[in-house]
Write a protein that binds this ligand. Structure first.
Ligand code: MSP
Length: 526
């Protein structure tokens, strides 16, 4: 049975509007999903929103609306943004969904019945204003709880705990046996170090008197779950996991076809949530080692080295950028100006600069001048012979077949920046071919007509390949190139317009007639 390539992202908190950091993660996952589809894989892409919790409850209270209404409004903003950015997911995980709630409750009930969850008393310092228990980490340099916490009192509270520590040895051996659980590798090392230091169990509840906006514990209705069981379970609850069945083999095929997933998350939620709680939860539920997901942990977009945050007022609004530069420019910038796993500084000037140099002046210009020449020279009907002429091959500072191989390698190891670099190199090379061979001069010499035809085939065929290679990142531009090349689906005789295996030399047939140029990446004023 063919396995579906199942990809998930973190689900975003709905306590405030989406920003460019959220957009980066969704686009990254979308690019990986599109690349897998390009390879012909069956893909299932799940993303969504994390709607419960203290912060959401507080934001709703501040606005004087019920939390349901508050999250519905913010959720709409996320959905609208993914739509504008062309993030093409197959299922939407919103944690207030009744089916998700039922699944989480049944999971908790089973773990409770199996003795893996217990009730215990907690004594500690409590901030009345922030409605939370404080730890030593919350003390200021003077060793005191600062005024931001308001009145701090000693409190005693009973809560439910998940026996995390019982699984510590298992997780350590799992990490040793599965060095590719997390990529990039340095993150797995970081995780292993964190697991070594693990002590204590995980508090999984809040009394309703403190937090009501959550999923009720099925075995004690005075409590709601807080927080990770609710959020992390989305990855399995939305693909049909049945918590009543402890053996994976008994799970419905809708679930088994997809699981395990490639999970795209940011570095801030690897330790402890996705790297410790999540595999231990799955292990406690009976998932064997070969049914653990893999984690792709990306870095952060910062602003001048600082964290993007509402309080600093430096949050970048993706809608404004889309409005000004278009969705494809935003996708391109976020995929090309960062190496997956590392952090990067967001800069609108760099976005504008890359749009101009890489998209407008390089790829867009190549398409435009190639099709213009074809029509002006009366050579829109292509001739496939001679594209291996020495005049052309002598100029090749890159080898086109190699572009395909290297681009593919970039996508395979999630180095989207490298894949795009190769596509850019191909386009740049073609522009050099034009500048060096000056077709407008050859045109005046009757004896050079064959060379001229060879050049035009070389350029149009390179553009066809380029369109396929950039399609995971720039789907609209890729379709634009195909349309202008007049490369219709009927002509390729295939169901899929783009297929990775078609990114090989010689696809355009002899006698193919190319279309007229239309600016692909128009200049942006201001
Ligand atoms: N709701 C939790 C995740 C639950 S997953 C079961 C959460 N939400 S979040 O909205 O704070 O973050 C969602 C994702 O966006 C995380 O993977 C986080 O790393 C990512 N990013 C948030 N800010 C970011 C940047 N500035 N840059 C890149 N990614 C960032 O955590």
């Amino acid at each position: 049975m063919a396995k579906t390539f199942f990809i998930t992202t973190a689900i975003d908190y709905t306590n405030s509007a989406p920003h460019i950091g959220h957009a980066y993660e969704k686009i990254l996952a979308d690019v990986i999903a599109r690349y897998q589809r390009l390879k012909g894989e069956d893909v299932f892409f799940l993303t969504g929103v994390d709607q419960h919790g203290q912060k959401v409850q507080q934001s709703a209270e501040r606005e004087g609306v019920p939390p349901e209404q508050f999250v519905a409004g913010v959720t709409e903003q996320f959905i609208a943004l993914w739509d504008k950015l062309g993030v093409c997911y197959d299922a939407w995980a919103a944690t207030t969904d009744p089916l998700h709630k039922q699944c989480v409750q049944a999971m908790l009930q089973r773990l409770f019945d199996e003795g893996k969850i217990y009730k215990d008393k907690q004594v500690g310092f409590y901030s009345v204003r922030q409605e939370q228990f404080l730890t030593d980490k919350d003390r200021n340099e003077a060793g005191e709880f600062g005024p931001e916490w308001g009145e701090v009192e000693q409190r005693e509270e009973e809560n439910y705990y998940f026996k995390l520590n019982d699984h510590k040895e298992w997780l350590l051996q799992f990490l040793r046996a599965h060095p590719n659980f997390v990529s990039p590798p340095f993150r797995q090392t970081e995780l292993a170090n964190a697991v070594e230091k693990l002590t204590g169990d995980l508090c999984i509840s809040r009394p309703k008197s403190r937090l009501s906006w959550g999923i009720e514990l099925p075995f004690d209705r005075d409590y709601v779950n807080y927080v990770w069981f609710d959020a992390l379970s989305n990855y399995i609850s939305f693909i049909g996991y049945d918590p009543g069945l402890s053996s994976i083999n008994d799970q419905p095929s809708t679930f088994r076809d997809k699981w395990p997933a490639l999970q795209v998350i940011g570095k801030d939620i690897m330790v402890p949530a996705h790297g410790i709680y999540w595999p231990i939860m799955l292990h406690a539920l009976g998932f064997p080692d070969d049914q653990m997901p893999t984690l792709l942990v990306h870095g952060w977009w910062n602003i001048s080295g600082a964290k993007m945050s509402k309080s600093l007022g430096n949050v970048v609004d993706p809608d404004a950028l889309i409005e000004k530069y278009g969705a494809e420019a935003v996708r391109y910038y976020l995929m090309s100006d960062i190496a997956v796993g590392k952090d990067a500084d967001f800069s609108e000037e760099r976005l504008a600069g890359r749009y101009k140099s890489d998209l407008s002046d390089n790829i867009g210009n190549l398409l435009n001048r190639t099709l213009n020449m074809a029509h002006q020279f009366g050579l829109a009907k292509l001739s496939a012979a001679g594209s291996d002429r020495s005049e052309l091959s002598g100029l090749a500072e890159i080898e086109v077949p190699n572009v395909y191989v290297k681009c593919k390698a970039g996508f395979e190891c999630f180095r989207i920046d490298d894949a795009l670099g190769m596509a850019r190199a191909l386009s740049g090379h073609c522009n050099i071919v034009i500048d060096a061979l000056a077709p407008w001069k050859l045109r005046k010499q009757q004896t050079q007509i064959d060379l001229l035809k060879a050049i035009l085939y070389y350029l149009t065929e390179s553009l066809r390949i380029l369109a396929i290679l950039i399609s995971p990142v720039l789907p609209r531009a890729a379709h634009g190139i195909f349309d202008q090349l007049n490369w219709k689906m009927e002509l390729s005789g295939k169901e899929e317009r783009f297929r990775l295996e078609d990114a090989k030399w010689g696809g355009l047939p002899d006698g193919h007639v190319v279309g007229k140029p239309v600016p692909l990446f128009p200049r942006i004023e201001g």
